[in-house]
Design a protein around this ligand. Structure first.
Ligand SMILES: Cc1cc2nc3c(=O)[nH]c(=O)nc-3n(C[C@H](O)[C@H](O)[C@H](O)COP(=O)(O)O)c2cc1C
Length: 324
């Protein structure tokens, strides 16, 4: 097989860093050696208060691995992906090896393009239903990566999960450590290479809604607005739990988000209940029998907002050269 052109790897790494991450912490590093790219968890960038076990950071690394893979695929390269391949290196999240050439499908090219348009939309969404075909497309996207998306309106879990989101939001609003961590990473300038800029925040809600977005992300320079009544909520699940399942869930989540972008849908996250012990345990109990919940997505139609910054690839990349 001919060596991939450097620009193909450059493009794949530029795609990788466009992945979403909690508070835009970008908890990843990449190592390129010959025809292999490794994705490493960067412990220094794991949120100590909201994510002490690195679950959300592993979701983010899984999303970065998915972006890498889909970009290589869109360029006609076949890949073999191994997740957490070395028990002695728990921070080595994924290894992506090139495996010859294989023509990209139109669907793969569409997802690879969506990487550079996908963003978290915290603004009010339109009160317009997501049609069954689009819902089905997101379901297939999750299944394709070994995950599952469960729509809460269909499963009867909407009200209890929405209540856990509100409970967790209230607990965090009352906790100095949560507030300090969120304050550090939010309300950044638009050009900030990490963290969440004000331009990516939504207006404060007019009144309490059925789900609460993070108060820490509200932009109080904007006038209060009415949010949609009952957004479509989808929980990303896997059959198993633990680090491997978290990386897999991150890949499934990212395929869902990119499929949503390609379908013209806006997405955002409601992670608060995963971040406080009591609400996380309640979530686990609520989904017992259905799977392990990893993240909660709000999905609907809205007006696109600005993309947020990223650290440049060279800051997160090491080239390893084998001696001899
Ligand atoms: C695992 C995970 C959890 C997240 N949780 C939230 C959340 O609870 N609220 C929120 O507004 N954004 C959340 N985000 C979105 C990030 O803040 C966002 O990805 C980051 O700021 C980069 O912006 P972008 O998604 O627009 O590229 C989460 C992202 C990930 C990957």
């Amino acid at each position: 097989m001919s060596r991939p052109l450097p620009s193909v790897f450059d493009q794949a790494l530029a795609s990788a860093v466009r992945a979403p991450s909690p508070h835009n912490t970008q908890p990843w590093r990449f190592v390129v050696e010959h025809e292999v790219v490794e994705v490493w968890l960067d412990r220094e960038r794991v949120l100590g208060v909201a994510d002490p076990y690195g679950r959300e950071a592993r979701l983010a690394c899984g999303a970065a691995a998915f972006n890498l893979q889909i970009s290589l695929r869109a360029n006609g390269l076949a890949t073999v992906v191994r997740l957490l391949p070395d028990p002695a290196e728990p921070d080595l999240v994924a290894v992506i090896r090139l495996d010859g050439n294989e023509k990209a499908t139109a669907a793969e090219r569409k997802l690879a393009e969506a990487v550079f348009r996908r963003h978290t939309n915290r603004r009010p969404l339109l009160d317009k239903e997501v049609p069954p075909l689009a819902r089905a497309a997101l379901k297939s996207a999750a299944l394709h990566e070994g995950g599952q998306i469960e729509y809460l309106d269909a499963s009867g879990r909407y009200t209890p999960v929405a209540s856990l989101v509100r409970q967790a939001e209230a607990l965090q609003a009352d906790d100095d450590q949560f507030r300090a961590e969120a304050a550090f990473w939010t309300h950044r300038e638009p050009e900030s290479p990490d963290g969440v800029p004000k331009s990516a925040s939504g207006p404060p809600p007019y009144g309490p809604g059925i789900v609460s977005l993070r108060a820490s992300h509200e932009n109080h320079d904007l006038p209060a607005r009415e949010y949609e009544q009952e957004p479509l909520l989808g929980a990303v699940l896997t059959r198993d739990r633990g680090p491997h399942a978290e990386v897999r869930a991150g890949m499934a989540m990212q395929r869902v988000l990119l499929t949503a972008t390609a379908e013209g849908l806006a997405t955002s996250f409601l992670s608060q209940p995963f971040e406080t012990t009591r609400t996380r345990e309640s979530l686990d109990r609520l989904f017992a029998g259905a799977g392990q919940p990893h993240t909660l997505l709000r999905i609907g139609y809205g007006y696109p907002t600005r993309l947020t910054g990223r650290r440049p690839v060279h800051e997160v990349l090491t080239h390893r050269t084998t001696a001899g």
